[in-house]
Design a protein. Structure first.
Lengths: 193, 211
């Protein structure tokens, strides 16, 4: 048993170092490193969120909302991580706080028929995301004007900042600012739900 | 919305505009300068500051408010950082508390009993209660602005810490004007003023510092 624990710990810490390295680059503006970080962190978050939602009997789509909320918290608060310190304690605290917060808010209206739980157990492949509970159009409808176009352009149509700016006749800086605001609005939207 | 789409959005927003440590430094630096200028520009420094500086009561008043301001600001700075150590930082506030209690005991033992009342009431108690909160406005606003960008685990506690730090900074600035030097005065009116700002911070923090 012991060697296995040791092995897991080593694996955990190298992964943490890798995440820290990516996030350090991301803060300086390396989008590719940031993407690697987010793509690698998400399945872990998903596993945690599903385990918790499972305890409440909440559907996987709710767990996916929780995952998105935690991701947004990591994104909007990443400036509070001091890159000269280890990432683990920061990440664990922020994930735990948001997870608890998000589940508590949802806990009030958790009422799931048993068949749904059974279905969920059959389809418990955590690397695949569940059906989105709030669909993109609903979210877009609640965003203000330049933000909506920018979110649509980047997330759905897969355009970059430059193409989006050119098409909307905005400067790249304005697009970046609006995108950041849109992400803040998304977080607020989840909070108010 | 698909999580992959969300990740795409966040990827395009990779750079951090201003790191949290800089936000905090800016908030504290600018607000301290502003409040100090406010004191100098309105009521001014105490006219006989140089001559009274060597008396232990004045020195104590300057040092204790400064110690409290530094320790409380340290707590406010850490409380918005997930995973930062805050328990020992909070406990360190016991140091100025013990210093005040000790100074009160000394003051009571050196002053004759019939002078206690006059020392406690002082000359300017009401002004102290008014001006310390006024001087705390800028650091209060600055720290709230900064903490809004932070991620405090407990918003009410973070607001209280911000209020405590703002009140203590204000007191440390006001001490350079204040004509009342007795630790009895300090332990009463300064404490009431700082505690009020901290209480307001807790109330506003509960509402404003959620994230």
């Amino acid at each position: 048993m012991l060697p296995r624990v040791g092995y897991e710990t080593v694996k955990q810490s190298t992964r943490e170092e890798q995440w820290a390295a990516w996030l350090r680059l991301a803060i300086k503006g390396d989008a590719q490193a940031y993407n690697r970080f987010l793509v690698d962190v998400t399945p872990q978050l998903r596993r945690m969120a599903r385990r918790r939602c499972d305890q409440f009997g909440a559907p996987a789509s709710e767990a996916e909302d929780v995952v998105q909320e935690v991701l947004l918290a990591i994104h909007l608060k990443r400036g509070t991580w001091d890159p000269s310190r280890p990432l683990g304690p920061w990440l664990a605290t922020i994930v735990r706080n948001k997870l608890v917060d998000s589940l508590r808010r949802r806990g009030r209206h958790v009422n799931v028929p048993i068949e749904d739980v059974a279905d969920f157990l059959k389809a418990a492949d955590e690397t695949h995301e569940a059906a989105d509970r709030i669909d993109t159009e609903t979210i877009l409808a609640r965003l203000k004007d330049p933000q909506r176009d920018i979110v649509r352009s980047i997330s759905i149509e897969g355009q970059g900042i430059r193409e989006t700016a050119a098409r909307l006749k905005m400067t790249e800086v304005a697009v970046r600012v609006a995108l950041h605001r849109a992400l803040k609005s998304l977080a607020a939207l989840y909070r108010s739900e | 919305m698909k999580t992959d789409d969300l990740i795409t959005l966040m990827t395009h927003d990779a750079p951090v505009s201003m790191r949290y440590s800089r936000v905090l430094a800016l908030a504290l630096g600018a607000s301290v300068v502003f409040s100090a200028a406010l004191l100098v520009g309105t009521v001014g420094l105490r006219h006989n500051m140089a001559s009274v500086f060597e008396t232990w009561r004045v020195l104590f008043k300057i040092v204790i408010t400064l110690v409290l301001a530094v320790l409380a600001a340290r707590l406010a700075v850490r409380i918005g950082r997930p995973g930062a150590e805050i328990r020992l930082t909070a406990l360190s506030l016991g140091v100025p508390l013990i210093m005040v209690v000790a100074a009160v005991v000394v003051e009571l033992s050196v002053l004759p009993e019939d002078a206690w009342r006059a020392s406690l009431v002082g000359q300017n108690a009401l002004f102290c209660l008014f001006f310390v909160p006024v001087l705390s406005l800028a650091p209060f606003a600055g720290l709230f602005w900064a903490l809004k960008k932070g991620a405090p685990e407990n918003p009410a506690a973070a607001g209280a810490a911000a209020g405590l730090a703002a009140g203590a900074i204000a007191a440390a600035i006001y001490a350079w004007h204040c004509p009342d030097d007795s630790p009895l005065f300090l332990a009463t009116w300064y404490v009431i003023a700082i505690a009020s700002v901290s209480a307001v911070g807790a109330l506003l923090g509960r509402r404003w510092l959620r994230w």
